[in-house]
Design a protein around this ligand. Structure first.
Ligand code: C5P
Length: 245
């Protein structure tokens, strides 16, 4: 089995839900752009991995000094996240083998913990399909009636919130995203494309502080999370791995 690891980091979004002119991956978090935090965490966990960073063709903010990896390349983003990831997989086709592992991690998740990244990859390698970090849903779930009134309360048993990284073997992921494109429809993560092939990705319990910066208030929250993580004693369990849904 191949031990080569690729990291694909989609960073070609415009972050419209954040509202500002600067895409969210370039907003300052503790004095550094979000993108630099995310890449630093990935590098701490996987210093020997090869990185493919998806950037918008018109990106005027990116600085290669923020990339700590020795082996890396950039690929052009697509109109949707799945298009960006698909293009990244095409961009590495000359080097990647079908059995290589590819971890896809959103640039907008700078708080992912290094030990979770390492644990996630170890769990993947024991699984034939691949999988994703996820957390059991904690809140009561409501479905609306389209007019902001509750139509029903959905049972949350067995429901998980998908995070990234999501990891699959190169050949499988490329086929899954290729077939998803032909089928059409909204693909917001890699796992759903793999599920559509009839396969069952592994849910690896993650932590709730692996937030995705999406709305303006998330940036301050990410700052608090980074500070709290720094203050934790090194061996602190401080997580919810074994929590039941
Ligand atoms: O917009 P959203 O938060 O769902 O984006 C998730 C991730 O996908 C972000 O890291 C964003 O930069 C990336 N993305 C991308 N290409 C797009 C849209 C989003 O690389 N066309």
């Amino acid at each position: 089995m191949s031990e080569r690891l690729w990291l694909v980091v989609p960073a070609a979004g415009r972050g419209r839900r954040m509202g500002g002119a600067l895409p969210k991956q370039y907003l300052a978090l503790e004095g550094q752009p979000v993108l630099a935090h995310t890449l630093a965490r990935l590098h701490q966990a996987f210093p020997a991995a090869r990185l493919c960073l998806c950037l918008d063709a018109d990106d005027a903010h990116f600085d290669p000094a923020w990339v700590p990896f020795g082996q890396w390349r950039r690929s052009e983003g697509g109109s949707e996240r799945a298009d960006s990831v698909r293009r990244a997989l095409e961009a590495i086709a000359d080097d990647a083998d079908a059995d290589d592992w590819v971890l896809v991690h959103d640039v907008a998740r700078p708080c992912v913990r290094v030990d979770d990244l390492v644990r996630f990859y170890a769990a993947l390698k024991r699984n034939p399909v691949g999988g994703l970090l996820a957390t059991p849903v904690a809140d009561t779930m409501k479905r609306d009636d389209g007019r902001r009134h509750v139509a029903s309360t959905e049972p949350r048993d067995g429901l998980w919130q998908a995070q990234t990284p999501q990891g699959f073997r190169y050949g499988l992921l490329r086929r899954a995203l290729g077939e998803a494109r032909v089928r059409g429809g909204d693909i917001t993560d890699e796992a759903s494309a793999v599920e559509a092939l009839g396969l069952a990705p592994l849910l690896v319990p993650g932590r709730r502080d692996n937030i995705k910066i999406t709305h303006p208030e998330d940036l301050a929250l990410a700052g608090h999370i980074l500070a709290a993580q720094r203050d934790e004693p090194p061996s602190s369990p401080g997580h919810l791995h074994e929590e039941t849904p």
